[in-house]
Write a protein that binds this ligand. Sequence first.
Ligand code: HEM
Length: 497
Amino acid sequence: KLLNLWKAGQSVHNFPGKRLILNPLFNNFVPKIRGISDGQNSLFNAKHTYFDYVGWDAYTSISLWPNTRTMVVLADAAAIKEITLSRARFPKPVHHYKTLSFYGKNIVASEGEEWKKYRKISAPAFSDRNNKLVWDSSIKIVEGLFNDVWGKRDVIEVDHCVDITLPIALFVIGAAGFGRSISWKEDAVIPPGHSMTFKDALHVVTVEIFLKIILPDWAMGLTKRLRRARLAFEELRSYMVEMIRDRQKAEKAERHDLFSSLLAANDHTLDASTLTESELIGNIYIFLVAGHETTAHTLCFTFALLALYPDEQEKLVEHIRSILPNGQSPTYEDMPLLTYSMAVFYETLRMFPPVTGIPKEAAEDTTITVGNKKGEQTTIPIPKGADLTLSTVGLHYNPRYWHDPDSFKPSRFLGDWPRDAFIPFSSGARACIGRKFFETEGIAILTMLVSHYKIAIKEEPQFASESFEQRKARVLSCRAGLTVTPIRVPLTFTRRI
Ligand code: HEM
């Protein structure tokens, strides 16, 4: 093993970095122990500090067990751009995404011809015509929250903001992606033939996904938590199968949503049939997950930041009022005018990118040139098979590109800003297909919420004496999940209009 470590170090010309016993796969299960494991949420916690320590916008991370893994972690905008633009030289290491394929192969966890096929089938559903559907669905869902859940109350206290943002995001992808409209009232009821709601099944599967990596099937019956996880995996599958059967039985209405595109590709009566049943379910699952958790967590951090910085919230409200002076609901045509809402999201995504590290691998022996804050450049040899991690957080907190990166300043996104140093949706051919979907629903939801309600941190007696910095650290604390997960964001919504 020591010889392997020496050889791996040689292969990257001993570029400085970490030498660890355990592969990053174990970060979620083993705490941070110097020389052994990087621990949970390590990229997010370190932000740009380890790059500062090394003195370059790159470092190596070589680990030994269960196999020798050579990784180069990057926070250099030019190097990251080069990598994301060269898909043949730096493909997606699909073997790291195996857990996302347990329902079937899909667009996120594939490469090459297979990925091209899934992308081609899905792309038409992300057109401008469907974005209008996303917008209208989002407005309707927030109106449902106001009317059916919050009702006539002037002050609403929420113990954890994700309790509202997760259902909102799930209802939007359900309605706009899969024609599955769920009302807030229906959502609480377990339908006949099921023992969990759709929302709970999807949530448990998303949270417990890591158990699937480490445990064999037989072990999933050992404890109450594992049995609940196993039940959720089965329940979600049966919900997805029902969704397919219901849509297949329904009148062939003129629909152009994602579900129609996926089903048409699975229609064995057509010559163009290209998706198997397992690929169909694999892709439905991945769109449900990719389309709701990232969105829900981003909305939650956005509300938390606006509550912590009331001056920024008022600037946002003033801007919205200048576009919608009579308090009317925004329309899809208003979206391009709501530039401050977009700036607030981008600043939130800069500070809390849901995906903290984007994996790539080297398909051949190659090199990468990176820089540092002194303006120097150096070239790192990258051996074939080495892993590369594009550190979204490292890049987003890199002072070479962002002035005062630790401060929440949405206005930095109003003028000219360094586009290559902003990759919350990744970049290049493998960038997020749902970016516009998110931006559309996000702006509709944010605009509706802040123009109707003032958002504040919920006052709780046990935290009465904390300083602003302590409050900020408490409210914004997060852990690693499938995406960066806020731990507890207690908020108060007070009616404005
Ligand atoms: C704040 C919102 C979102 C963020 C930050 C985000 C981020 C990302 C990132 C970083 C990737 C690349 C992942 C990788 O290389 O492994 C990605 C891919 C993807 N995202 Fe998103 N996403 C968001 C919302 C959405 C939504 C709303 C949908 C669907 C409705 C979606 C669907 C997908 C899909 C299908 C892929 C795989 C694309 C491909 O490989 O061709 N995402 N997303």
